[in-house]
Design a protein. Structure first.
Length: 319
């Protein structure tokens, strides 16, 4: 058998240096050791290490390890400082977040309080609105009652329009009225109408008024007034000593306005031969589908016309 020859001390030391040099190359390739390559105190090549004695080599290794330890400690300190800064920043963020949560809670509370106040105000406004509507309805009802009362008082009245001012001074109102009846309605001349009161309206003469004041005749019976109005409608052209005059019922201002509002509808219905009439105090009636229909206001007529396409077309734009 062949015996292996063991290396002597010189060869052993040479082999150990080569292994150490190989390890040092690996250390130089490590990221943290790259900073030591530029230091003049660091051994950089294999030739320098090979020329060192064992003691010098050990010292060099110890020195390198010490520098690595110091460098690692320095990096650890830096890392600890950075971690501490991160921790402090995190604490500040947490504190800021807590303050934001507190502020948001306060804002939410204020919003809830504001919503409650707004809700209370809306309820109050609704109550005021309802109260105002009720008050308005009561006022309208009172106005309607007053108008009806006034119209009832005037129900037996006749209004004569167009009699010149001053003619009544010599003859008196009653005699003028009798002349009008005799001259325009001979068939009513001997009826024996009774007059309760006759006067100009308004009572005070306005010198700037271009037309004569109206004459109000209060009849004793409503039926007498209706007979005279019917005769006036049939004759159409009523005069007093050759001057055209007009005889109508005497209504309150509101009722007269309500009656005037029917005029356009009245004309259209009359053109369609639907026999319209303006009834007391301000209603309209007409014939449709063989029946007489009566309406107190335009709203009721509109509701009815929505159920009658032909009537709705006739009254288009008038309601």
């Amino acid at each position: 058998m062949t015996r292996q020859t063991l290396p002597d001390n010189g060869e052993y030391n040479s082999l150990r240096r080569k292994k150490t040099t190989s390890k040092m190359k690996k250390l130089r390739n490590h990221p943290q050791s790259n900073q030591q390559e530029n230091s003049p105190k660091t051994v950089n090549n294999e030739t320098d290490l090979g020329s060192l004695t064992d003691l010098e080599f050990k010292r060099e290794i110890v020195k390198i390890l010490k520098e690595l330890r110091e460098d690692m400690n320095s990096n650890a300190d830096t890392l600890r400082k950075e971690l501490e800064n991160i921790r402090r920043s995190q604490e500040k963020l947490e504190h800021s977040f807590a303050e934001m949560q507190t502020e948001l809670g306060a804002v939410k509370t204020r919003m809830n309080n504001a919503e409650e106040r707004i809700s209370d105000m809306e309820d109050r406004i609704m109550e005021i609105t309802q109260s105002g509507q009720q008050t308005e309805n009561r006022i309208k009802k009172l106005e309607s009652n007053i108008r009806d009362l006034w119209d009832n008082i005037k129900r037996a009245n006749l209004r004569i329009i167009g009699i010149p001012e001053g003619v009544e001074k010599d003859k008196g109102m009653e005699n003028i009225f009798e002349e009008i009846i005799a001259g325009n309605f001979p068939n009513l001349k001997d009826t024996g109408f009774k007059i309760q009161e006759a006067q100009r309206a308004p009572n005070k003469l306005n010198p700037n008024r271009p037309t004569p004041r109206h004459i109000i005749i209060k009849m004793a019976k409503v039926s007498d007034k209706e007979r005279i109005l019917k005769a006036a409608r049939e004759k159409q052209n009523v005069t007093y000593k050759g001057t055209p005059i007009r005889i109508s019922a005497d209504f309150s201002t509101e009722t007269l306005q309500a009656r005037r509002e029917w005029q356009e509808i009245f004309k259209v219905l009359k053109g369609k031969n639907m026999q319209p009439r303006i009834l007391y105090p301000a209603r309209i009636s007409f014939k449709i589908e063989g029946e007489i229909k009566i309406f107190p206001n335009k709203q009721k007529l509109k509701e009815y016309s929505n159920t009658k396409p032909r009537l709705k077309e006739i009254l288009k734009g008038l309601l």
